[in-house]
Ligand binder design. Sequence first.
Ligand SMILES: C[S@@+](CC[C@H](N)C(=O)[O-])C[C@H]1O[C@@H](n2cnc3c(N)ncnc32)[C@H](O)[C@@H]1O
Length: 214
Amino acid sequence: MATDEERGGLRRRLFAAVVAAGGERYERVVAARKRALLSDLHGAVLEIGPGAGSNLRYYPADVRWIGVEPNPYMDRYLRKEAERLGLAVEVRRGTAERLLVGDASVDAVVSTLVLCSVDDLGRALRETLRVLKPGGRFVFLEHVAAPRGTWLRRLQRLVRPVWRVVADGCHPDRETDAAIAAAGFAEVRLERFSLPMGLVGPHIAGVALKGPSP
Ligand SMILES: C[S@@+](CC[C@H](N)C(=O)[O-])C[C@H]1O[C@@H](n2cnc3c(N)ncnc32)[C@H](O)[C@@H]1O
């Protein structure tokens, strides 16, 4: 009989394989937005939840890339992608809620399809602000809750308990846009758009800037 730990390991291994195998169609749809958001980043870039490394292809070759990823089974896919691109990467085991880097130490924090899954969104955003240098950018592309009062929003709420289990903790009805707006960034530039992806169709993409030091 498998223990809880073994079952958790199996689930994470399976999720890593799904993320690695399933992303290309999505990637084609978001490629232009990702290019616009990621291709002019420089210096130290910290990506939270990089998964199998779907974003690595968009970065300039000179970035110093650090990934903070809780699922160890993602590593081999990510390293293979980094090798294909000739990009040096450093993966640290951790979570967005506890980033293992110093205060004001990175030029950009990147999150794509991660904030829906973190356990504590407020804490993840506070950590993002902590590690960014003054003037640094938080770059995001996330699926979010549909507008309140819509059928899609009701459906997202209804399926949430099951969805969280099958989709590695993902909340389909999370108001990540409101959380980013309230997090304390000096400026937030955000685009809303919808993709033909059913329950997780509503998306946001943008950049939030950390203000200068007081
Ligand atoms: C849907 S995948 C997206 C992967 C990648 N960002 C992409 O866009 O292809 C979600 C990722 O978030 C990671 N994740 C889940 N909870 C997290 C947390 N609390 N902190 C950081 N990453 C987390 C998962 O392990 C997984 O790699």
